[in-house]
Design a protein around this ligand. Structure first.
Ligand code: FE2
Length: 197
């Protein structure tokens, strides 16, 4: 049984209101609940009726990826907030400069990715190409790429910013960057061994 995690990192952000984060956390709890519900239903679903046009099994599997995506994306998004923005350092900065030309070029690409996405923008490391790339997602379960490790997850659903920024998503992305905890991002780089490459 999955339990929602608690995040001190989403309290008292600068420019993103407490109400936005309280409501956002409720959505995350909803995804956790749905993961548990679908896992329960999968235990008793009739496998003999599996069908690609429509079947209970297909619908459960499909929505499971949406719910699990909702949990993982939000946990990562919440975990890396609560910082003071600024710049990355060490190996991460080195990789960003290698793969994007400069920090500013990475930021321009990441911001444009966030503006173009209908759900998520991720900075991720691809273990097969050994490169960083800013990926775009239109929902909780699109479009993950195998063998990639997300380093930054940016929620671009309207619920993430509309209360504070209305339609000005670019300003929201700026506020997200101002609250980004680069140390938390760099911890992922160390934990996964990307810093040893
Ligand atoms: Fe969200």
């Amino acid at each position: 049984m999955l339990e929602p995690k608690k995040f001190d990192s989403i309290k008292e952000l600068s420019g993103i209101s407490e109400r936005t984060m309280t409501e956002h956390y409720k959505l995350y709890e909803g995804y956790v609940k749905k993961v548990n519900e679908i896992e329960e239903k999968l235990k008793s679903v009739d496998l003999s009726q599996a069908n690609q046009s429509y079947s209970d099994f297909r619908e459960l599997k499909l929505e499971y990826s949406f719910a699990v995506g909702g949990v993982k994306n939000h946990e990562h998004y919440f975990e890396i907030l609560g910082g003071n923005g600024g710049m990355p350092s060490g190996k991460l900065l080195e990789l960003i400069e290698r793969d994007f030309g400069s920090y500013q070029q990475w930021l321009d690409d990441f911001t444009a990715t966030g503006i173009s996405a209908r759900g998520w923008a991720w900075l991720a490391y691809d273990w097969q190409t050994n490169k960083l790339f800013n990926y775009l997602g239109d929902s909780q379960n699109s479009y993950p790429v195998w063998h990639c490790t997300p380093l930054i997850s940016l929620d671009t659903y309207e619920h993430a910013y509309y209360l504070d920024f209305a339609t000005n998503r670019k300003e929201y992305i700026g506020a997200f960057m101002n609250n980004l905890n680069w140390q938390a991002v760099e911890e992922i780089v160390v934990k996964t061994g990307i810093d040893k490459l």
